[in-house]
Write a protein that binds this ligand. Sequence first.
Ligand code: PLP
Length: 430
Amino acid sequence: MQPKRVRSAEAFEKACRVIPGGVNSPARAFGGVGGKPIFIARGEGAHLHDLDGNTYLDYVGSWGPLILGHCHPRVVRAVEEALHQGASFGAPTERETHLAELILRAVPSIEMVRMVSSGTEASMSALRLARGFTGRDVIIKFAGCYHGHVDSLLVAAGSSATTLGVPNSPGVPEGTTKDTLLLRYNDANALEDAFKVHGGRIAGVILEPVVGNMGLVEPRRDFLDALRRLTQHHGSLLIYDEVITGFRLAYGGAQERYAQKPDLTVLGKVVGGGLPVGAYGGRADIMKKVMPAGPVFQAGTLSGNPLAMAAGIATPEELRDNPPYDRLERLGAMLAEGLRQAADAAGLSHQVARVGSMWTLFFNPDPVTDYDVAKRSDTQRFARFFWAMMDRGVYLPCSQFEAAFLSAAHTAEHVQETLAAAREALAQVG
Ligand SMILES: *Cc1c(COP(=O)(O)O)cnc(C)c1O
């Protein structure tokens, strides 16, 4: 039953000779599940086709951006049109204003926004701005939250840093993280204590309002409320990293879904529709400190790139005109319920965590509320499950610590197919 993966294996070997680990981002290397990655030939709607001609139902969606699925006609058309007008100018274009306006209308807490080229760049810039604006140095982050490979935030970062067991990367000087306070996610008391001791030194608190990077972890309401209350009281900025959740959990992101109002928001992934876009924005008085309006330096040769803006505009416009959110909620609920039943039937202790179109099947006896609990998951069993699903044509994130994604291209039939595969897979993983 196992599909051939010969050409992928050859391509991987060739890549390993010229690219470290054969990949340009570690999460792609299947380190968390063992074995070799498949090489992709093309994508189409909810499906991936690999070099060996196998087809997979895709729950990775390029790790989040592809909420419309692969090759959505509106996105393809927009990028094609832009390409023929010139790939890059290093001078302003109207598309940048257009996407900025779309973002402002979608996310009311964002009054001004700056485009960059990745989520990493956006969160790095938001931190610099928070420090520049407040004149303070300390940043609070939460264990298991990932904000890109920003030096000062590579402390207990989730995502591939977790899978590879590299909580602190070599090359990050101790001095760089000395102003980073690390707290437990969902722990309002610890947050309160930290503000009691360090309040006047804290520039900002950054978090994933719904975490995707330790597997899916939902925030507690009292935790979100404490974050807003304490930052406000102490003159610190509340920074929502909505790189995954923006335009995904609602058109206005997690902050719409949970009715919260951060000072700054970091965007990426969906906002670029599959092209390299990051963005950070928020209160106008803060954003006006960014150069050239203000003194906080930040720049980028390809920032606001026309092709990236075109894909970016097409994606939120399609999400605005044909909102998939109710449907994604129903599909997500169907998938989660089916997975629960399948794992129960197989007698495996598990937690199915889901918010909207984001989900994780944890092989864990306890509800996963923070990083310590997440790390107690049975990653060996996850690896067996992952490969059993691959053998049945379902492509899941290759780590227990990454959320899976539904897209608007997924259908109820796809979900039923997935559940049929999961019933078999779970029965055999032991
Ligand atoms: C992916 C991700 C980032 C980093 O974005 P890149 O585009 O990979 O640099 C930042 N924050 C969160 C929450 C992410 O999931």
